[in-house]
Ligand binder design. Structure first.
Ligand code: SF4
Length: 477
């Protein structure tokens, strides 16, 4: 599985130089951060409850599932089958496409409406559908905007078109829909609804992702803010759910607990506008619903993480909080990361799913400030996982020789206190010489690349060793 994640540095440089993107990102930067903060505060005030305890509960639910993932998956398959659904398993993106196209052919499908599914992005399903003569129509507003803009890739997992501004969308709609240009959001959304309604009513098959799979009932839970999920799952005669095997939760109570975490962490909402729990096929008493339901449960690298040092990553409930709070994501946006998942979670997942050698820069696309770890609703230690990936790259000799030599030299010096002290003194003198009396260094002589886009702070006052020595001397006096 290849990605464009090899080229993070080059892409990040392009994104930083993109004036329009930088303006759009500045508008986006604090939006979700503020909304999450207010929702977390309100959780404590209104409910008298503790959001940190809720995070503990979320982590426990996810860990309990991952410890016996095979058992929960078998239970899910049994219950879903009892309710008339068909459960299929896919090892990778190719098998996802094969299953979906086989289902489409079986039911003579010509048009498919889709609710957001990151797995279909992993599999590049739209490309496969079109090659098979089947028209895919994205119905999540963000995904729809990207589809009509030459099938652009999403830049955020919950706000796929976060990199675009209102004017860009207005131009795109006017061009694509051949209607007068509108500039207010309600008019634009109304226009999208009019176009999409026609597709909802004529599609033969609906494809959705799944926020959670509920083992005790064999159901899929979908969380949306636009209602498109319901149209996709109930109107066509065939519904196909494509989701990762790790999305399982044992029961409805656990689902309810995770639903207290997901919207608050994602969009700062107490609850999303639409929460749908779909079980089985249309019954004789039901006025609507699919006649055929298929679950395509996907591995694509997930099973290999169970029991590994990266298992914690499988707790992810795809809220997007880590990227919303990441200073690197906020500066370069999602496209710089080069694959389906951006931000800190994406840097870990891309490395694990596409190979360390195919994503050399991604574990380093982080300051390790731990903002992501602090907000993750299921307490995934993202900085620790990124550090482990860096270690693995070094162990496998995947880092540049200059970096490996520098680290080996550092290790040698750090283990010899006298040499370390001498090197520190010389280093400080050298930096002060470069600073020429200023508090900033514009060009870092030995590593000029570091100061290409920023200044290096000049040493201020005494070194840590000097302060420590003085303190010890004072305490002895
Ligand atoms: S890693 Fe945590 S914060 Fe990031 S998307 Fe997953 S659950 Fe949300």
């Amino acid at each position: 599985m290849r990605s464009q994640a090899m080229f993070f540095k080059a892409r990040a440089g392009e994104k930083l130089a993109d004036v329009q993107l930088q303006k759009n990102l500045a508008g986006f930067k604090d939006k979700f951060v503020g909304m999450r903060a207010r929702a977390v505060d309100a959780y404590g005030i209104n409910g008298g409850a503790d959001f940190e305890a809720l995070r503990d509960a979320g982590q426990m639910i996810r860990d309990r599932v991952l410890e016996n993932l095979d058992v929960w998956l078998e239970l899910f398959e049994e219950k879903a089958t009892q309710r008339g659904a068909t459960v299929l398993w896919a090892r990778d993106g190719r098998e996802i496409c094969e299953h979906v196209i086989a289902i489409a052919k079986r039911h003579d499908v010509k048009k498919v409406t889709k609710s957001k599914s990151m797995l279909s992005e992993e599999a590049q399903l739209n490309v496969a559908l079109m090659a098979a003569g089947i028209q895919p129509v994205e119905t999540d507003l963000g995904e729809y905007i990207l589809q009509i803009d030459d099938n652009e890739a999403p830049s955020h997992i919950i706000a796929p078109a976060a990199h675009k501004n209102l004017d860009e969308v207005a131009d795109l709609f006017a061009r694509t829909h051949d209607k007068p240009r509108k500039t207010d959001i309600p008019a634009l959304t109304r226009e999208a609804r009019e176009v999409l309604r026609e597709h909802f009513l004529t599609a033969d098959m609906g494809i959705s992702g799944g926020n959670f799979l509920i083992a005790e009932t064999g159901s899929v839970a979908l969380v949306t803010n636009e209602g498109n999920g319901r149209m996709v799952t109930t109107l066509p005669k065939v519904h196909v759910v494509i989701t990762g095997i790790e999305k399982i939760v044992p029961n409805l109570e656990d689902f309810a607990t995770l639903m207290r975490l997901l919207p608050r962490s994602a969009t700062g909402q107490e609850i999303s506008n639409y929460v749908s729990v779909c079980t089985g096929i249309k019954g004789v008493e039901d006025s609507d619903g699919p006649e055929h339901t298929y679950f395509v449960l996907v591995d694509n690298g997930r099973a290999g993480l169970v029991g590994s040092e990266f298992q914690e990553m499988l707790r992810c409930i795809r809220c997007g909080a880590c990227m919303n709070h990441c200073p690197v994501y906020q500066s370069v946006g999602g496209h710089a990361y080069g694959w389906v998942y951006p931000g800190p979670m994406g840097s870990v997942l891309t490395s694990l799913y596409t190979g360390l050698e195919n994503s050399l820069d991604l574990p380093h696309a982080s300051t390790l400030c731990n903002q992501c770890g602090v907000v993750c609703p299921v307490r995934i230690p993202l900085p620790e996982l990124l550090r482990k990936l860096r270690e693995k790259q070094t162990e496998r000799g995947l880092r540049p020789w200059s970096e490996r030599v520098a680290l080996a030299a550092w290790s040698w010096v750090a283990q010899r206190p006298a040499i370390y002290a001498l090197a520190s003194r010389l280093g400080v003198r050298y930096l002060n010489w470069l600073a020429e009396g200023s508090d900033r260094i514009n060009v870092l002589g030995v590593a000029p690349g570091w100061t290409e886009g920023r200044d290096f702070p000049a040493p201020q006052g005494r070194t840590f060793r000097e302060m420590y020595k003085n303190r010890n001397e004072r305490s002895k006096a």
